[in-house]
Design a protein around this ligand. Structure first.
Ligand code: FEO
Ligand code: CA
Length: 613
């Protein structure tokens, strides 16, 4: 028994796993926002309202365990790199260690590491070999679980055996209907039941049984070459597999990245991965029942009968919105059983009708066009080629679906649509109404209300409307429309990640990418009072990121007094000539010996009290 195993065996007797976690806890009454709005603009650092404080909690390169060698930026260390906090932090989930108030002061932070930017990792004159760089880059990807505590000195992370790194090389189980299928087998995995690592860990979600869902998004860019088989090649092209060249050194180092020779290995990515943050040795699992596409997020809500519903967007221009409904019901008293809930159920895709109806179209083998005549021999084919199946069903092509969150008070579902500059006037529709949609928009979905007063997230039809069209409402050319007051600092573009706080207010983070010059402001986090009947309704900028960064997370502690934000790729996006030697900023350390570092912030009020007021 290793030391780690012994520690965990000891833990077993006094487990801190709660029987059930609120999916989106709204236990506090609605409250008005009280903070002074942050101004729009761009500079080298982050900005918060007066009276708020940010601790830099976790930085790329931080050692997550004792006895890990000190980080040397620009150098590879095959032993230590997989034991450090990874690069490009994105989705953040907080899991309390303890009940009520103490659980808001001590917990596990689950953080995605989406991708790597080699030009920011390595000096131009690096002597590190291509193979060593590939290994280090794979080590910087994936997911971290880290214990964090709020002390009198602020939030700090703890080096403990509870912590866990899942990298781009860690074995992950493939489960559900596609596991073991011929199209997932290849020479190194003849059973088709194991995929190495997590690629493109973008958004995510939390389940009611206290696990985290990690969404594999842009997995395709890491693969080199395409199959010579015309059918497999066309399937790869639908996901853009094998198109990129920036990661050719990975394919030299590991055969799984040769999509021309090993298409079965490439089919092992593009899934939703479930990780138990409370058990660092339980193997992570890719849940194939949720389909394969560029998953932005995977947010859970319960249907009135206890079935688990997961919403997920496919983040690319003209892609779709999906919903999974489990076959079995969540059992708050049987955590072990809940681990199989995401392996059986029905995946559907959304079609938005002009009359304000959303139809959920089931992706079930044998139904409608999903038959062998169209290349779908079984349900595994439908799940591996989810995009193509959704094409055949006539789903609505959206403006980059990102995070999808349910308002815990009203049950209304909010969908972030980032932008779509390729949409033309003759391809607009009621749900995607703007051509050349630079600014993005937010849709609302209304599942039907049952006689119990609860919305049915498993219903075959919903209603929908547009919550807002982003952009500057004072510039008629933008075509922006907000239902609430927005100041010159409060309008935004490119809604991406979002979260509800315990008061039931929506917080929206933006990702303008290289195009932030269009708005003239760095990416930010906005507090939005959008719910019907909310007093003092408005939208206000709460946080502004440093130059070249996007804002990810956001995540609140159950008491609403701490907000975790992941600042990703500072000094990179839209910064001409940004590279290791010359990033656009050296946030957050501002040390010439250190690169800009993606980092997670823990934000609190200096006088205590809930974030936002
Ligand atoms: Fe990874 Fe959709 O941004
Ligand atoms: Ca969220």
């Amino acid at each position: 028994m290793t030391t780690r195993r012994r520690f965990l065996a000891h833990l077993g007797a006094t487990t801190l796993v709660p029987l059930t976690l609120p999916v989106a806890a709204a236990r506090l009454p609605r409250a008005a926002l009280t903070f002074t709005e942050v101004s729009r603009g761009v500079d080298h650092t982050h900005h918060l309202p007066p009276g708020y404080h940010a601790d830099v909690l976790l930085r790329w390169g931080d050692a997550l365990f004792d006895d890990v060698a000190a980080w040397r930026p620009g150098f590879a260390d095959a032993v230590a790199d997989p034991l450090r906090f990874g690069y490009n932090n994105d989705f953040v989930a907080y899991f309390p260690l303890g009940p009520e108030r103490s659980g808001s002061r001590r917990g596990l932070l689950a953080v995605n590491h989406e991708y790597v930017t080699p030009s920011m990792m390595w000096p131009a004159a690096t002597t590190t070999t291509r193979a060593a760089r590939a290994r280090a880059e794979l080590s910087a990807l994936g997911h971290s679980v880290v214990e964090v505590r709020r002390t009198t000195d602020g939030w700090q992370y703890v080096r403990t055996p509870r912590n866990r790194r899942t990298t781009g090389a860690t074995p992950v189980a493939l489960t559900g209907p596609a596991a073991g299928h011929a199209r997932l087998r290849w020479a190194d995995d003849p059973a088709g039941r194991t995929s190495l690592g997590i690629l493109g860990a973008c958004g995510g979600g939390k389940t009611p049984w206290g696990t985290v869902l990690v969404a594999e998004e842009n997995f395709n860019v890491y693969f080199t070459g395409r199959s010579n088989d015309p059918l497999e090649r066309s399937r790869q092209e639908r996901y853009g597999v094998g198109r990129g060249t920036a990661f050719a050194h990975w394919a030299e180092h590991e055969a799984r990245f040769r999509a021309d020779r090993n298409p079965g290995a490439a089919n092992g990515y593009g899934w939703v991965v479930e990780i138990d943050p409370y058990d660092p040795v339980r193997r992570a699992a890719k849940r194939t029942a949720l389909g394969r596409f560029k998953h932005e997020s995977a947010n859970c809500v319960l249907a009135p009968d206890g079935r688990v519903v997961v919403y997920s967007g496919d983040d690319e221009m003209f892609e779709y919105i999906y919903r999974f409904v489990s076959a079995e019901r969540f059992d708050a008293g049987n955590r072990a059983q809940n681990f199989s809930l995401l392996d059986r159920g029905t995946l559907s895709v959304a079609r938005f009708a002009d009359d304000g109806t959303v139809h959920w179209l089931d992706l079930v083998h044998g139904a409608g066009p999903l038959t062998a005549d169209n290349g779908f021999d079984d349900q595994a084919d439908v799940l591996i080629d989810t995009r193509r199946a959704a094409d055949l069903l006539g789903a609505t092509r959206m403006d980059r679906p990102e995070e999808i969150e349910t308002d815990p008070v009203t049950g209304i579902v909010y969908v972030m649509l980032t932008n779509n500059t390729r949409r033309t006037a003759d391809t607009t529709d009621a749900a995607n109404p703007r051509a050349h949609n630079v600014f993005g928009h937010i849709l609302r979905l209304y599942p039907p209300v049952q006689t119990s007063g609860i919305r049915d997230h498993a219903a075959p039809e919903y209603r929908w409307d547009i919550a807002l069209l982003a952009g500057n409402p004072r510039d008629p050319q933008h075509g922006a429309r907000y239902p609430v007051a927005v100041s010159e600092h409060g309008w935004f573009a490119a809604p991406d990640n979002c979260a509800f706080d315990p008061h039931g207010r929506l917080w929206v983070a933006t990702d303008q990418g290289r195009t932030w010059g269009v708005t003239g402001s760095a990416d930010s986090l906005f507090a939005c009072e959008l719910a019907p009947g909310q007093e003092h309704a408005g939208i206000r900028r709460f946080f502004r990121a440093p130059l070249g960064a996007e804002v990810c997370g956001p995540e609140f502690t159950p008491d609403g007094e701490t907000l975790f934000l992941a600042v990703q790729h500072p000094g990179v996006d839209g910064v001409a000539g940004a590279r290791f030697e010359r990033p656009g900023t050296r946030w957050p350390d501002f040390d010439d010996a250190l690169p800009a570092r993606s980092s997670v912030l823990a934000i609190t009020r200096q006088d205590g009290g809930p974030i936002g007021g």
